[in-house]
Structures are given as structure tokens and as C-alpha cells.
Design a protein around this ligand. Structure first.
Ligand code: ADP
Ligand code: MG
Length: 724
């Protein structure tokens, strides 16, 4: 069982009769108890966030030097990368051309010596004391007849022996080096030996997934005998991190399902068939699938909590409208929440268009139907209009309401809110979704469908949206002409882009020009947009009718520009990224994105989705200052219009950092696991979490796992999970 008191030094080294050490035990032992940690080193460790033995043991090496691959100096060949272990013989510093500091050293082993040169790393002079042992990794070249390595990777390994040497994150500032850390880690591990380290994962699960036990894994990640041992250890410890995240998410998901009383909706009523009969097209296979999945959820007694992922133009609106109608046809109300007022207005217009002429069977009237009532509610709806909508929501005469976060304000009460659609676009958090859920009358919880146009690779979605079920629209409606994308690398190619704009406008089409993104300042961005606009008006696009749209215009002016563009009174809309969401003009067939390399893949993909919405073939030009060389992000967009493919590329190029920023809290525990590299492990961890939680929803049978989750997750997560 979990020990609640802080273990004393002696408890730590108590013989095996006492239970195994838990992570909480380790988190209760300060690093000052370790051999060689005095006041000064303690301060250094605290500076890098290491306070407890648990912190120390989860300070994993950032690299392992495999000395079995080590070359002798006499084996070095020009042009071939190698790792050598050498001692510093001499070092000197001088100032080179362009005032760049150059540090030169002579290093060697018993078999020979060679030169090392560092540019712009002046501190190397102090670091490379004579006699210092260093591991150098780099590519030697011949320079004036002798071998030289330029800016190699340097690891200070001290006098550590062993075939695999762990290299820990060192801190010049905190004055910690890798062999000190390695020494403390070794000491800590040794003192864990008598009691052993407890494992929260059942043996059968470990065996099935080929995972090491935790104690072995901790030993092997710090002190591996081979690189293979290290990899096995990493896999197990990364699995633990992912299992904790998934356990939280799965518990939350099951808790919502268990505790919340949902509405059993009438999924085979009249309204959806009426809508479908009125459509001028048939649904895509993906839409059919998503609607079927949603109707199973809606018919069930527990509330739906589902994510609808689909690329721009995949037809999410129609799926959402079907879900809302299923709510309405059983006598309930539905709501659609958008992240901005503009988007809410656009959704309202789109939904009204779709539902034009669809009537609701009126139980008060045996012979007739009544028109469906769809209303908009944002902060711009005021006065009498607002009162009308609010009273209609309260008495149930409004069937569908579309709005912004204004919908979750306290003044809004619903007669019977049944289905909620959240158009997320990464702008809402879990808390807001929860607030909306709380809007249901009489203790029932409405069904929630979250839409996102940002495709997320499956395994990442399991973590970012791990408490939701997922439906995917991975098929575009037929008849779309794919957008041809070009990379305009440099001024010459940029002229070709303007040529295309002129050509298309000549044929009656319209174009967007997206101005450079300036993250740091909206003011600068607006200035640059204005400048671009002036330049195009007087130069490249002289004679065409241009409009300018940016975030600092008063909203009346924004509206006027947008309307003019929609009506076709403007040929070209020059805009900042304000057009990223919501603008829908099928006659626009060209988009030119300036300084495209300042945007991320996802954003470029979103922007590009503004064209290709009509019957005409569309083009997108990505302009960069860069003339030569490759540009993986721009090239990915040229290669593909598939949002899921691009999301995978994005994840590969960028890592999950940015993805995780947008995720909920409580992900700080991922030190080893990578959503990018460990896709399979994510799925395994999720499956195991379900396996453990489903028969035992409060984890009574797995107190260790429960305790770890409590220990390592943020207060917010804990509150959510454990308050009841
Ligand atoms: P999303 O919200 O996923 O970006 P929308 O719902 O706005 O996509 O749909 C984009 C366009 O495709 C709309 O004009 C819509 O009318 C149309 N559309 C949706 N479903 C189909 C379909 N099955 N066949 C043809 N066109 C469709
Ligand atoms: Mg849409």
C-alpha cells in the first residue's frame, strides 16, 4: 500500500520486509540525503528543478555515449563521422575574420592526435582544460594536410567507465555536470535496491506488451549495459507516462458517462429524412458513417462526447445539422457554439440556408407542421431581439440557436437543451465544454459534438482529445477540383503569381492576397498589410479593384469590405490572417500567400481552404524570399491537399510541442514519451487504461497507479477527477 508519511533515511534503506518503494516514497526523499550533495550542490539541483529523489531518477540522460563504437584517433578518416574519446593536450583562442572568436585545441589518445576548431564558442577555451577527458562526435576533414574536426558535439564524460556512458543535461549556470549527476543517480539507485521499486502495472499486462518491470527499467535507463537495454528501458518508462495520461482521460470519460444522465434521443424521426430529401447532393460515405456513429450515441442513455474531425470543406456543417435535428425531432433544443462572432454569423447563415423549408411536426396541431426556428445569439444581438431569443430559448420555441460563448452566460437558460455542437478550432477548452454541458435543465446532460477543422493524427488525438470518441470525415464531397499549389521561390516566381491573379480576374474570378504574418505585433502586421496593399495597387495589380481587410478596421468597415468582395465589386482582397476562418466566396480561385514560410503547415492549409470552394479550378501560390534550397513545409503543401497527411508531416517536422500547448493541462509528465515517435505506445497505453479502468472505475484494485496519477497531475486534473 501507499505510504503516507515521509520516509526517513532509515526507512529508505530498510530491508525487504518493508513494502517496495513507490513514486510517492521517492518524491518524499530530498536529494540532500545523497552522497556528495552539500549545500552548494543542493542549491544547484534546486535551480534546475530537482528537489527529490524522484525528480533525480526522472532526470533522464539526454544521450548515451556508446563506447563500443568508439574510434581510436589512428582510425579516423577524413569525411567519415566518428566518436573518439580523447584528452585535451593544449588549447588557444584567437579572433578570426569578422571578429569571430575561434578556439583551437589539440586532442589525442595513445594512438595519435588531431586538431579541433570551435567557431563562436569562446567558452570552450575555459572548458577545454589540459588533461580533460572528452568524447567528441564529428566529421574530421583534412585541413592543410592534417586532420581537424570543426564544431564537434562535445560530451564531458570525466573518468567514468563502462561501455555505455549516460550524458545528463548539464547546466553551466547551475554548475552541474553530467558525472556528478550520474554519481548521485547511481547512489540513489543503489539505495533503492534493498526495498525495490514498486510496479503499478499488473505482471500479465507487462508480459503481454513485452515491457520491463519498473525497477529494471529505471536501472537500465541510467546504467545500461547495451544500447538495446537502454531502448527497452525507455520504452517501459515512456509507456508509464502515457499510461498515466490515458488513465486520467479514460477515467474522466467513464465518469462523465456514468454519472451523467443523458437524453435518449429520437434518432429515427422525421426531420433528418426531410433534410436529406431536400439536399441537391447525396452524402459522402464519411458523412454517412459519422452520422451513423452520432445517432448510436444519441440514442443511448448516456451523453455523447464526440469529436468530429474533418478537413476544410469536408462537410462538417451538414453532419452537425443532422445531429442538431435529431435533438429537435424529439422535442429538445440544439445549440451550435462558434469561437468568434463572425463565424457564428456565418454558421447561422449556412444553417438557415440548409434548413430552409424544413418544418417540424407540431404536436399541438394534428394536421400541420410549424417552421423550424433558428436563431443567432451573440453579443451583437441586443435589445428587443435579444429578449426575444432568450425567451424563445426558455420557453422552447427556439429549436436551434447559434452563437458564441455568449451562449454559456448565466442569463441564458434553455427549455430543454438536448444537443450541443462546439465548433472548436482550438479555441475552447475543456472547462468551457463543461460549462455548456451544465446548461441542461433537470439534471440531464446534453450530448456534445466537438467539431475541429484542424486534422490531428489519430494517436495525437487520443491524447489531446482523449476523453472524447472520434469520428473522422476523411473524404471530400465529389466534384471538387483540387487546388494546385505552387511555390514561388523569390521575386522572379512571385511575378508569375501576380500574372495568374491578373489572368483569373480577366476571366471573371477573384483572388485573395494574404499578407505576411507578424506574430509579435498586430500594429506592425497592419502596417505591413497597408504597405502591401499600396504596392499592389500602384504596381503589380494596378488597374484591378482591390480591397484591404485587417483586424484593426472597425467592424462596420470590415463588413463593408467583405460584402463588396462577396458581391464581386472587388477583384482582389488583400488581407491579414483574419480571413483564415469563415470567409466563403466560391468565385475566388487564386490565393497568394506572402512570406509563406512564416506560417505553420496547419495555418497555410486552413488559409488555402478559402479557395477551391466552387466549380472552377483554383490555385494557391506560396511566396517566399527563399530562392534556393529546400523548404519541407512549403513542399509538403505543394505535394498534398490532404489535411491528415499534412498533420502527420507537421508533427514529424515540429514535434508535438505546439500541439501540446493547445491541449489541456496536466501533460507536463511527458519527459520521455513522444506523441510523434511513440504512436504505437500511445495506443497500447490507451488500451491498457481501458482494460484497467473499465472493470474497476475508481481504481481500487490499482491503488499504486491511482496514487501516481494523483502525485503527478496538476491540481486542476485532480480536482476534476477526485472531487466526488
Ligand atoms: P466544413 O465545415 O467541413 O469545412 P462545409 O460543411 O462548410 O465544410 O461544407 C463545404 C461545402 O460542401 C458546402 O458548400 C456544402 O454545401 C458542401 N457539401 C457538404 N456536403 C456535401 C456533399 N455530400 N456533396 C456535395 N457537397 C457537399
Ligand atoms: Mg464549415
Amino acid at each position: 500500500m501507499v505510504s503516507r508519511c515521509t520516509p526517513t533515511f532509515s526507512a529508505w534503506s530498510e530491508p525487504a520486509a518493508v513494502s517496495e518503494l513507490t513514486l510517492r516514497d521517492l518524491a518524499g526523499i530530498g536529494v540532500e540525503r545523497l552522497k556528495g550533495v552539500g549545500e552548494k550542490k543542493l542549491a544547484s539541483l534546486h535551480e534546475v528543478g530537482v528537489h527529490t529523489v524522484l525528480d533525480l531518477l526522472t532526470t533522464y540522460p539526454r544521450r548515451w555515449v556508446d563506447r563500443t563504437n568508439e574510434a581510436r584517433v589512428s582510425d579516423l578518416e577524413p569525411g567519415r563521422e566518428a566518436l573518439v574519446l580523447v584528452a585535451v593536450r593544449s588549447v588557444s583562442k584567437r579572433i578570426g575574420r569578422n571578429r569571430r572568436p575561434i578556439v583551437e585545441a589539440v586532442v589525442g589518445d595513445g594512438s595519435g592526435r588531431f586538431h579541433v576548431v570551435f567557431f563562436n564558442q569562446p567558452w570552450r577555451e575555459k572548458q577545454f582544460r589540459e588533461g580533460l577527458q572528452v568524447a567528441l562526435f564529428g566529421k574530421p576533414e583534412l585541413y592543410r594536410g592534417s586532420l581537424q574536426m570543426t564544431n564537434p558535439i562535445v560530451d564531458l564524460i570525466g573518468d567514468r567507465t563502462g561501455r555505455i556512458v549516460p550524458i545528463y543535461p548539464q547546466s553551466e549556470k547551475a554548475q552541474l555536470n553530467t558525472w556528478e549527476i550520474a554519481g548521485w543517480v547511481e547512489d540513489a539507485l543503489q539505495r533503492c535496491e534493498p526495498r525495490g521499486i514498486a510496479d503499478p502495472v499488473p505482471l500479465a499486462v507487462l508480459a503481454r506488451h513485452g515491457l520491463l518491470d519498473r525497477h529494471t527499467a529505471l536501472r537500465q535507463i541510467h546504467l545500461p549495459e547495451t544500447m538495446a537495454e537502454k531502448s527497452e528501458a525507455r520504452r517501459r518508462l515512456a509507456f508509464d507516462e502515457l499510461l498515466r495520461v490515458q488513465t486520467v482521460l479514460v477515467m474522466r470519460k467513464r465518469a462523465l458517462e456514468r454519472e451523467a444522465r443523458g437524453i435518449v434521443h429520437v434518432v429515427d424521426g422525421e426531420l433528418v429524412p426531410r433534410l436529406r430529401a431536400a439536399l441537391p447532393y447525396s452524402l459522402t460515405g464519411a458523412q454517412e458513417r459519422a452520422i451513423a456513429e452520432i445517432s448510436v450515441d444519441l440514442a443511448a442513455p448516456h451523453p455523447m462526447h464526440r469529436l468530429l474531425q474533418g478537413d476544410v470543406g469536408a462537410g462538417k456543417t451538414l453532419v452537425a445539422v443532422c445531429a442538431m435535428l435529431m435533438g429537435v425531432q424529439g422535442g429538445h433544443q440544439s445549440a451550435l457554439m462558434a469561437p468568434t462572432e463572425v463565424l457564428a454569423e456565418q454558421h447561422a447563415a449556412g444553417v438557415r440556408r440548409l434548413l430552409e423549408g424544413v418544418t417540424v411536426p407540431d404536436p399541438g396541431n394534428l394536421f400541420g407542421d410549424r417552421p423550424l426556428r433558428v436563431e443567432l445569439l451573440t453579443n451583437r444581438v441586443t435589445g428587443g431581439d435579444r429578449r426575444d431569443v432568450l425567451s424563445g430559448l426558455a420557453d422552447g420555441t427556439v429549436d436551434i440557436v447559434i452563437g458564441t460563448h455568449a451562449l454559456i452566460q448565466d442569463a441564458v437558460s434553455f427549455h430543454s437543451l438536448g444537443v450541443v455542437v462546439v465548433d472548436e478550432q482550438h479555441r475552447f477548452g475543456v472547462e468551457q465544454r463543461a460549462a455548456l454541458r451544465a446548461k441542461a435543465a433537470d439534471g440531464t446532460v446534453p450530448d456534445v459534438l466537438v467539431m475541429t477543422a484542424t486534422p490531428i493524427p489519430r494517436t495525437a488525438a487520443m491524447t489531446v482529445y482523449g476523453d472524447l470518441d472520434v469520428s473522422v470525415l476523411d473524404e471530400l464531397p465529389p466534384g471538387r477540383t483540387p487546388i494546385r499549389t505552387h511555390w514561388a521561390n523569390g521575386p522572379m516566381m512571385e511575378q508569375a503569381a501576380w500574372g495568374t491573379v491578373r489572368e483569373q480576374v480577366g476571366e471573371g474570378r477573384q483572388a485573395y492576397v494574404v499578407c505576411p504574418l507578424i506574430d509579435e505585433s498586430e500594429k506592425l502586421e497592419v502596417a505591413s498589410a497597408q504597405e502591401t496593399f499600396e504596392r499592389l495597387v500602384h504596381d503589380e495589380l494596378k488597374g484591378l479593384r482591390l480591397g484591404l481587410l485587417h483586424g484593426r478596421l472597425p467592424s462596420s468597415e470590415k463588413e463593408a469590405v467583405m460584402d463588396a468582395f462577396r458581391r464581386g465589386d472587388l477583384d482582389v482582397l488583400v488581407a491579414t490572417t483574419v480571413i483564415e476562418v469563415g470567409v466563403d466566396v466560391p468565385n475566388a480561385t487564386v490565393m497568394v500567400i506572402l512570406d509563406a514560410d512564416r506560417f505553420g503547415i496547419a495555418q497555410l492549409h486552413q488559409l488555402r481552404g478559402r479557395v477551391g470552394r466552387g466549380a472552377h479550378e483554383s490555385e494557391c501560390w506560396l511566396v517566399t524570399q527563399q530562392v534556393e534550397g529546400s523548404n519541407p513545409r512549403v513542399e509538403a503543401l505543394v505535394e498534398s491537399t490532404d489535411g491528415f497527411f499534412l498533420a502527420e508531416v507537421d508533427l514529424d517536422l515540429r514535434g508535438e510541442g505546439t500541439l501540446m500547448d493547445t491541449a489541456q493541462k496536466g501533460r507536463s509528465d511527458l519527459k520521455l514519451a513522444s506523441l510523434r515517435r511513440d504512436r504505437e505506445l500511445v495506443q497500447q497505453a490507451r488500451a491498457v487504461a481501458f482494460e484497467l479502468v473499465d472493470p474497476d472505475p475508481t481504481l481500487e484494485q490499482h491503488p499504486l497507479l491511482l496514487d501516481e496519477v494523483r502525485l503527478l497531475f496538476t491540481a486542476d486534473d485532480e480536482e476534476f477527477l477526485f472531487k466526488s
